[in-house]
Structure formats: structure tokens, C-alpha cells
Design a protein around this ligand. Structure first.
Ligand code: PAF
Length: 284
């Protein structure tokens, strides 16, 4: 496995892979089982060279979010990639990624970047899309892999690639869960054992909602809302249903909804989501 720190090293190695497909898994490090699954999916095309980027992108952190405290277990991450069969790890510094300081030209996530996660994290998705665009331009991957847990991020990356005619296939990979249902996230490391067990209410609520989908939207919110309200240690930010394909509002024609939840468990904000089969005869 090659560990590269500069764009010129990356150009050299990428040229060696010119005749192969390249599969990129962009990450901010602190790698966990969810990332292992992304890397495994990236390796399903056995002929592809597997690249992982590790870069804690300052552009996607708000002024009240602690960029400095974000975990950076670099040695462990590199060992993780090696063990997972990665060919190339790209670990650029901030100077390498943004040599002129914060870029003055950035990607705008548009209206979808201002709702749900974007409501509490203004500018977050502009920062995500800007760094993803840069990584796609630097690595030129055939395909890039993103987790469905960050469903809004995945939808926006797909939109950017479509709207800006970028030649990379975007692959969404199902959420990886612990045996008790908790969605894998780097933020789970911030939970103490009590909070971790409180956090299970998110996946419990989504499971109930999934089972209620055929009974209509009202039942979905009633059932999931009751489960969430039963855990006073968890402060709900939003529970919202969107069209799974367009991320727009659910209307009569929608058969596959995406139910998204965000909540605070102590000082940690967690998100999760599930697709719902809404049937064809539901009331709205
Ligand atoms: O999902 C993440 O880890 C980040 O948002 C990403 C896509 C690597 C961009 O920094």
C-alpha cells in the first residue's frame, strides 16, 4: 500500500494506474466498520485500484463545531487501510489541499444544502461539495463510494456530479449497524455507555416507522414519534420524510419515502435514516 501526502506524488501514482479503473473512498479518517464496508464495495471490481483519501476538511465545519477536537488517529487509520486491502492512501495536509488558503470559488449546494442537516449546519454542504469536487479532480476516479447513512450528503454529491457533468460514478453503500442497531459513525466514539444505549432509540424509531409505512404517513410519524419521546435523554432535532429519489416533498405518487432523524445525545449530534415502502393506497 502506498501512502501519499502530496498532489505530485498522487499524479505519479495515478499515472501508473492510467489503464485501470480507480475506486475512491473519500473519508475524514477515524475509520470504522462503515468505512470497511465502503472499501469492500470499492473492491468488488477486482481490477480497480482502491484509493482512500483521509482529510479533515475545515470548510465543512461551522464556527461552533470543534474542528480541532475531531479525532485524527492517523497511524491506526493507515493500518486499517492496509488490512482492508487498499492500494493507495492519500493524506494531504491543509496546505496541500488549499495552498492559497480557503478557496474563494466554491461549490454551492443550493437549496437542498439549506434544509435538514443544512438548517443546523449552514455552509456545511458547500464545504463538503467543494472538497469532494477537489478530490474527484485530483484522483480522477472511475467511481466514488459514499455511505447511505449520510443520505443528504450522498444526494448532494450525486446532484453535483450530474449538474456539473463530472465523469465519476457515485455509489451509495448501505449503512453498517452494530448488532444492537446503532448506525456506525465516527461520532459514536463521543458517547459514554449510558448515552450509547440511549442512542439506540434512533434505530428503534426507524424500525417501527418502517413497519408502519404501509399504514400511511400519519402512522409513521405517530409510531416513530412515540418511541423517540420515550427516551428523555435524547433531544430530537428533526424527524422528516422526503421522497427517496428526489429528496423533495412526499406526494401522492411517492412510493419510497426516506425517513431521516437527527437528535442530540448529550453533546453528540447523531443522524440516521431508513427507506420506507409507503404502499400505493396510503392517506396523505
Ligand atoms: O463523509 C465524510 O467523511 C466527509 O463529509 C467527506 C465526504 C469525506 C468530505 O470531507
Amino acid at each position: 500500500m502506498r501512502v501519499l501526502r502530496t498532489r505530485s506524488e498522487l499524479d505519479e501514482v495515478r499515472a501508473e494506474h492510467a489503464r485501470r479503473s480507480v475506486a475512491l473512498v473519500p473519508t475524514m479518517g477515524a475509520l470504522h466498520e462503515g468505512h470497511r464496508q465502503l472499501i469492500a464495495r470499492a473492491g468488488e471490481d477486482a481490477s480497480a485500484a482502491r484509493y482512500v483519501s483521509i482529510f479533515v476538511n475545515p470548510l465543512q465545519f461551522g464556527p461552533n463545531e470543534d474542528l480541532q477536537a475531531y479525532p485524527r488517529p492517523l497511524e491506526a487509520d493507515i493500518a486499517f487501510c492496509d488490512e482492508a486491502g487498499v492500494d493507495v492512501v492519500f493524506v494531504p495536509s491543509e496546505q496541500e489541499m488549499y495552498p492559497g488558503g480557503p478557496p474563494s470559488v466554491t461549490v454551492s449546494a443550493g437549496e437542498l444544502g439549506t434544509v435538514l442537516e443544512g438548517r443546523t449546519r449552514p455552509g456545511h454542504f458547500d464545504g463538503v461539495l467543494t472538497v469532494v469536487a477537489k478530490l474527484l479532480n485530483l484522483v480522477h476516479p472511475t467511481a466514488a463510494y459514499f455511505g447511505q447513512k449520510d443520505a443528504q450528503q450522498l444526494a448532494l454529491v450525486r446532484r453535483m456530479v450530474r449538474d456539473l457533468s463530472m465523469p465519476t460514478e457515485i455509489v451509495g453503500v448501505p449503512t453498517v449497524r452494530a448488532a444492537d442497531g446503532l448506525a456506525q459513525s465516527s461520532r459514536n466514539a463521543y458517547l459514554d455507555p449510558g448515552q450509547r444505549s440511549q442512542a439506540l432509540v434512533l434505530s428503534r424509531a426507524l424500525n417501527i416507522a418502517k413497519a408502519s409505512g404501509v399504514h400511511g404517513v400519519h402512522a409513521v410519524f405517530e409510531e416513530a414519534g412515540a418511541v423517540l419521546a420515550g427516551e428523555p435523554g435524547v433531544k430530537l432535532d428533526y424527524l422528516e420524510l422526503v421522497d427517496a429519489d428526489t429528496f423533495g416533498p412526499v406526494d401522492r405518487a411517492t412510493t419510497h419515502g426516506l425517513l431521516l432523524v437527527a437528535a442530540w445525545v448529550g453533546g453528540t449530534r447523531l443522524i440516521d435514516n431508513v427507506t420506507l415502502d409507503l404502499g400505493v393506497t396510503v392517506e396523505r
